[in-house]
Design a protein around this ligand. Structure first.
Ligand code: NAD
Ligand code: MG
Length: 305
């Protein structure tokens, strides 16, 4: 990590102006191949590495997080470990370098990190992922469906069947397979958290397939919350606005949009993954005991719904 690209971390509890809290555009051009690496981003995203302070809110819990190597999932993994949870992480084999950093951070807290790389668009792998996480962690209390695929295209004619299929397999089918397996192992007090998006409610014309998957995630969350209420399992979703993660420069947006990323929000900047971690902790912990079927937003002031 060069000094010019040092991570800008912020004290978690200090009052400050949210507009000035983190970097604002313009950002440099920075194309990456999907899925991309957090360590190659300029500026480096803040996942709370140097700042997140746990309060014991998830002591003894066992969590499975998909896409936990980078971005939002990485911030959630760090926060969960600092709140006292053991964490199983899924990511793609190409992301081993990012994942190693997360494993080290979890282990530095004295918590267990179980690395389970693999492609969740494969149904057999998705189901096995849960079985392995349960076996390694000795059970499962929290599931965070967070892995996602986003490929910008100018028009409907540009979206191939292959892209449409892979986006739905990653964002919707894998969530279904993983959740179906996980529910068999989860008991009362358990929490499922799905990552949707502001795109579910305010779709960009260039993200037609992606936005459709995010709307599906909201409906899935609301239907499942009603099913699982009688088991004492809560199901909620988080809807981020623009967040500074590898998803965006690796094909999720055009480079022109990456250079201006977050400018359209009232705060004039993108969110950093560290700014979302506490929302997932809240939904995972007993503090949100009466919250199920909800979608919580973090949009930098943009209207969610
Ligand atoms: P990210 O690139 O850091 O994380 C996405 C992760 O998905 C990758 O790290 C990868 O591990 C995983 N993934 C993708 N395809 C996979 C596959 N086939 N098998 C296994 N894992 C796979 O980016 P992020 O922005 O932190 O994304 C996390 C979630 O947040 C996604 O669901 C995304 O749609 C959602 N989201 C992001 C934003 C944003 O602006 N960054 C906004 C709204 C919602
Ligand atoms: Mg990644």
């Amino acid at each position: 990590m060069s000094d010019q690209n040092a991570r800008q971390s912020q004290p978690q509890f200090e009052m400050q102006d949210p507009r000035a809290q983190y970097p604002a555009p313009p950002f440099p051009r920075q194309p990456q191949e999907a899925p991309g690496l957090a360590s190659a981003m300029q500026p480096l995203p803040d996942h709370g590495e140097d700042s997140y302070v746990g309060l014991g809110r998830l002591r003894g819990r066992r969590a499975l997080i998909t896409g936990a190597d980078s971005g939002i999932g990485r911030a959630v993994a760090i926060a969960f470990a600092r709140e006292g949870a053991d964490v199983a992480l899924n990511y793609l084999p190409d992301e081993e370098q990012d994942a190693r950093e997360v494993v080290a951070l979890i282990e530095a807290e004295g918590r267990r990190a179980v690395a389970l790389p693999g492609d969740i668009t494969d149904e057999a792998f998705s189901r096995e992922l849960v079985t392995r996480a349960v076996k390694e962690l000795g059970g499962l209390d929290i599931l965070v469906n967070n892995a996602g695929k986003q490929v910008t295209q100018p028009g409907i004619a540009d979206i191939t069947t292959e892209q449409f299929d892979l986006t739905f397999r990653t964002n919707v089918y894998a969530m279904f397979w993983i959740t179906q397996e996980a529910v068999r192992h989860m008991g009362a007090g358990g929490s499922i958290i799905n990552t949707t998006s502001i795109q579910a409610y305010r779709p960009s014309p260039t993200l037609l397939d992606y936005a459709s998957t995010k709307a599906a995630i909201v409906a899935f969350t609301q239907a499942l919350a009603q099913q699982l209420g009688e088991k004492g399992i809560r199901v909620n979703a988080v809807a981020p606005g623009p967040f500074w993660t590898p998803l965006q420069p690796s094909g999720g947006q055009t480079q022109e949009k990456v250079m201006e990323f977050g400018k359209e929000t009232p705060f004039g900047r993108p969110g950093q993954p560290a700014e979302l971690a506490a929302m997932y902790v809240f939904l995972a912990s007993q503090e949100s005991s009466y919250t199920s079927g909800s979608t919580l937003g973090a949009t930098g002031g943009m209207v969610l719904f």
